[in-house]
Design a protein around this ligand. Structure first.
Ligand code: ZN
Length: 130
């Protein structure tokens, strides 16, 4: 199964939970078991798995990432968005998750988040199920 999930971001830096949308895509294909690969085809965005129960976890992660990678620095990349490129590389462009019973085999508190580091933009996540 090949699908592409559109993600619209609203802020400069933001985590958007996509767990439900990914599971809807899996269910729409009638897939019960397999491996789900999620891939972000952008250089200033990423994907991660972390706690979805308490929204302050994602704001804490963003707060620390913004401190680790300041916007003002002696960057050489002329586009002016080097911090977004660096954060995207720190977090990473893909995740692999087992699918069981038509659902992502996540832990109780886990959710899948699209990570925007240079928004707002129209983005996408490629979904491949094997
Ligand atoms: Zn750039």
């Amino acid at each position: 199964m090949k699908r592409t999930l559109p993600v619209k971001t609203k802020s400069k830096t933001e985590f958007v939970e996509i767990t439900g949308a990914v599971e809807d895509a899996i269910r729409s294909q009638g897939v019960d078991e397999g491996i789900c690969m999620l891939f972000v085809p952008h250089t200033t965005a990423a994907i991660t798995i972390n706690e979805s129960a308490d929204p302050s976890v994602k704001s804490d992660i963003l707060m620390v990432l913004n401190k680790m990678v300041p916007w003002k620095e002696a960057y050489r990349h002329l586009e002016g968005n080097s911090p977004a490129h660096i954060k995207a590389s720190i977090i990473g462009a893909s995740e692999l998750i087992a699918v069981e019973g038509g659902r992502l085999k996540l832990g109780t508190w886990q959710g899948v988040f699209f990570c925007e580091f240079d928004g707002p933009r129209s983005r996408k996540v490629h979904i491949r199920l094997v």
